[in-house]
Design a protein around this ligand. Structure first.
Ligand code: TRP
Length: 456
């Protein structure tokens, strides 16, 4: 067989692409608002623990499965187990990628739409969040605006993925990730130099332990998964293009660190600005699209910072969206022998079409509900709340219990011999987290999401 599967150009390229997948709307839109709703610092602390004890061990396992088999999720489980059950877990991953991308692109479209609104000058005239909210409602209520920007966002995603692993995904990540960090640093400097910014810093750094509830722990745990792109094979697919000379453990640590730092930095930039304007940190999902524009309106140079902010959000969303499409494409390229371009156009096209009812959920289809959820929320619920935790659970169980211990450790040590020799305890701890702690905690989140509330 001709072995011409694509690979990353360098270890650094892989780290940036994987960090690009991890750093997304989850970090800049969702993390700040759930931290805001759940009391700030105490929640951040719980979240950091979840990242360390669940996110990190499962990320190593997911990347390792990909690197060892050099396959998409379906091919990877086929290669390692030949068992129908595990192969269907791979299919669920491909399905989840398809579903998540369809609605992720709608929000990705909004971020580009807000860049354009800022350029048109609409973001500079609000007196309070209610006025910014009116614009937001008018925009998302507009069919053409929603579908138009969904189309633009999706076209960009397809354009990058068509160009392949090195020429498309890696190159785009190498350009966009440094810009993202740079913009974030500027926004933090602006935030912390505002009068009254210290209240925002305190909100994020000084914990009020009474704010921790069972509910907020579950939210933190679920988010740890989403933010690291775990549970559906995105990291597996990116790992499949990784060299066996590279160290999976330190690479995972770098990805986790970048993702976490960027979430914290986004929180810092946003809460300093929100507190300095005396606005509500617990505004929920509208924090970014309603509270922040009001903040920008009241700030000197607000239009400029608004432009930077929504550009930041668009870049983050784009580098994540390409990882979602890549999972689907890798499956059709590896297993069905499609060429990359055909797979991107056909399956990207189908995913795009599935996104349309999501884009319409905020306007003409807002009354169409399934189990009380509109189409957008339904797809989000199935993918993020059911398929991802379930997939994550299965990846932990597979690595912890099914994959032969000797084979797995041999694979993990390739490129990481020194690390496992220098820190002999690491192996045992990693295995313990994979076998027991991660599966039990993930199962709790999953049951809770399905409505078996342990919080009463
Ligand atoms: N991690 C991304 C974010 O924080 C979203 C994302 C991209 C994702 N690929 C994924 C989530 C795969 C789960 C699985 O926005």
């Amino acid at each position: 067989m001709v072995q011409n599967r694509e690979v990353w150009g360098s270890k650094f390229g892989f780290i940036l692409a994987a960090a690009g997948s991890a750093v997304g709307l989850g970090n800049i839109w969702k993390f700040p608002y759930i931290a805001g709703e759940n009391g700030g610092a105490a929640f951040v602390f719980v979240y950091l623990i979840c990242i360390a004890i669940i996110g990190f061990p499962v990320l190593i396992a997911e990347i390792l499965i990909g690197r060892t088999t050099q396959k998409n999720p379906v091919g990877a489980f086929t290669a390692l187990s030949h068992n129908k059950f595990w192969i269907s877990i791979g299919f669920l991953g491909v399905l989840a990628g398809f579903l998540i991308l369809s609605f992720y692109s709608v929000i990705g479209g909004w971020t580009i739409g807000y860049v354009i609104e800022t350029l048109k000058g609409s973001i500079s005239s609000f007196n309070d969040p209610a006025e910014a909210g009116e614009l937001f409602n008018a925009l998302v209520g507009n069919v053409g605006w929603n579908i138009g920007f969904h189309t633009i966002f999706f076209a960009l995603v397809m354009f990058i993925v068509i160009r392949g692993v090195q020429g498309g995904i890696e190159r785009a990540s190498k350009i966009m990730m440094p810009i993202l960090v740079f913009i974030l640093v500027i926004l933090i400097i602006r935030g912390v130099t505002l009068k009254g910014a210290s209240a925002g810093v305190m909100f994020l750094w000084v914990p009020d332990w009474s704010k921790i509830t069972a509910e907020s722990i579950l939210i933190a745990l679920g988010h740890a998964f989403f933010t690291l792109s775990l549970g559906m094979g995105a990291m597996m697919t990116y790992g499949s293009y990784m060299s066996k000379k590279d160290n999976v453990v330190t690479s995972s640590a770098q990805i986790v660190t970048l993702d976490t730092l960027i979430a914290l930095m986004a929180g810092l930039a946003i809460f300093t600005a929100v507190f300095a304007s005396g606005l509500d940190p617990a505004a929920g999902p509208g924090l970014i699209f309603q509270t922040l524009p009001a903040v920008f309106s009241s700030m000197t140079g607000g239009t400029f910072f608004s432009l930077l902010f929504f550009l930041l959000l668009a870049i983050a969303a784009l580098t994540s969206a390409i990882s979602l499409l890549e999972v689907v494409v890798a499956y059709f390229v590896d297993e069905q022998k499609w060429n990359r371009k055909g797979a991107v156009i056909i399956f990207g096209g189908i995913t795009y079409l599935l996104g349309i009812p999501s884009a319409l959920s905020f306007n003409v289809m807002s009354g169409v509900t399934f189990f009380d959820l509109n189409f957008f929320d339904l797809i989000d619920f199935i993918a993020s709340n059911i398929l991802l935790p379930f997939g994550g659970l299965m990846i932990a169980v597979f690595a912890g219990w099914v994959w032969s211990r000797t084979e797995m450790m041999a694979a993990a040590k390739e490129g990481a011999e020194r690390l496992f020799e220098t820190y002999p305890w690491f192996e045992g701890i990693w295995l313990m987290f994979l076998k027991f702690i991660a599966p039990v905690l993930i199962a709790l989140v999953l049951l809770n999401k399905l409505g078996f509330s342990i919080t009463g």
